[in-house]
Write a protein that binds this ligand. Structure first.
Ligand SMILES: C[S@@+](CC[C@H](N)C(=O)[O-])C[C@H]1O[C@@H](n2cnc3c(N)ncnc32)[C@H](O)[C@@H]1O
Length: 209
C-alpha cells in the first residue's frame, strides 16, 4: 500500500507521498543522471532546459557545468517547483537557476531558446510523445542537443521486466529502437543511443537540424 502510494507519485508528485517521492527520486536518479551527462558536451555560457525536473537535482548538477550560463527547470507539479526552488535557492537567488511550472506540451519559452534540453525519467509520462518531442525541438536552437534518460529499458529477452510499474502507472518502458524511431519521426538528427552494461540504463542524444 505504502509502496504503491509512493510509486503513483512518480507521475506528478503531490502532498505527503509526493514529498517522499521527490526525495527518493533526487537520490535514486543521481548516478543515472551523472552517467547520462557524460554523453553530452556542456559549454560555458550554455542555456539548458531540464524538462520534468522533479526535485531539481539535475538542475543543480547542470548549474555546476554551465559556467556563466543558465539552467531552467520545468515541471507540471507545483510541489516539484517549490522543492526545486528551495533545494537550489542559492542558484535561484543569483539568477543562474530558474523554475517554471509548465507542461512539456506547452513550454513557456520562445523558439530557439536553449543549447541543450535534458529530460531524466520523465518521457514515459508525456501525454503526446511525438508532439511533445516537437515542442521540445521548437525551444532548441539549431544545432542544439537533446538528452533523454531512462532507467526502464525494455529488451527483447526480458520484455515483462517492468510490467508491475507499467501497469500501475499506465506507462511503457522504452527500448533502444522505440526511442530512435520516434526521434527520427520528430525530425531530429544525429540520433545516438547508449546503454550501460550491468544496468537497465538507456540514454539517447539527438540534435535539431
Ligand atoms: C519520475 S519523475 C523524475 C524527476 C526528475 N527528472 C528526476 O530524475 O528525479 C518524473 C517527473 O516528470 C514530471 N512530469 C511528468 N509529466 C510531465 C509533463 N507532461 N510536463 C512536465 N512535467 C512532467 C513529473 O511531475 C515528475 O516530476
Amino acid at each position: 500500500m505504502k509502496y504503491h502510494k509512493l510509486v503513483e507519485n512518480a507521475a506528478k508528485p503531490e502532498g505527503f507521498w509526493g514529498k517522499l517521492m521527490i526525495r527518493s527520486m533526487n537520490k535514486g536518479h543521481s548516478a543515472l543522471t551523472d552517467w547520462a551527462l557524460t554523453h553530452v558536451t556542456i559549454e560555458n555560457g550554455y542555456r539548458v532546459l531540464d524538462v520534468g525536473c522533479g526535485g531539481g537535482r539535475t538542475v543543480s548538477k547542470l548549474c555546476d557545468r554551465v559556467g556563466s550560463g543558465k539552467v531552467i527547470g520545468v515541471d507540471y507539479s507545483e510541489l516539484c517547483i517549490r522543492k526545486s526552488e528551495s533545494s537550489n535557492h542559492k542558484q535561484v537567488l543569483c539568477g543562474k537557476a530558474e523554475f517554471r511550472q509548465a507542461s512539456v506540451s506547452q513550454l513557456p519559452f520562445e523558439s530557439g531558446s536553449f543549447d541543450l534540453v535534458t529530460a531524466v525519467e520523465t518521457y514515459y509520462f508525456w501525454p503526446d510523445k511525438l508532439n511533445d518531442l516537437l515542442e521540445v525541438q521548437r525551444v532548441m536552437r539549431h544545432g542544439g542537443k537533446l538528452l533523454l534518460v531512462f532507467e526502464m529499458r525494455r529488451t527483447a529477452d526480458d520484455p515483462d521486466r517492468w510490467k508491475p510499474v507499467e501497469e500501475r502507472l499506465n506507462i511503457k518502458a522504452v527500448s533502444r529502437s522505440d526511442i530512435r524511431d520516434i526521434l527520427l519521426r520528430a525530425g531530429y538528427q544525429n540520433i545516438r543511443t547508449y546503454t550501460k552494461s550491468g544496468t537497465s540504463w538507456l540514454c539517447a542524444t539527438a540534435e535539431k537540424e
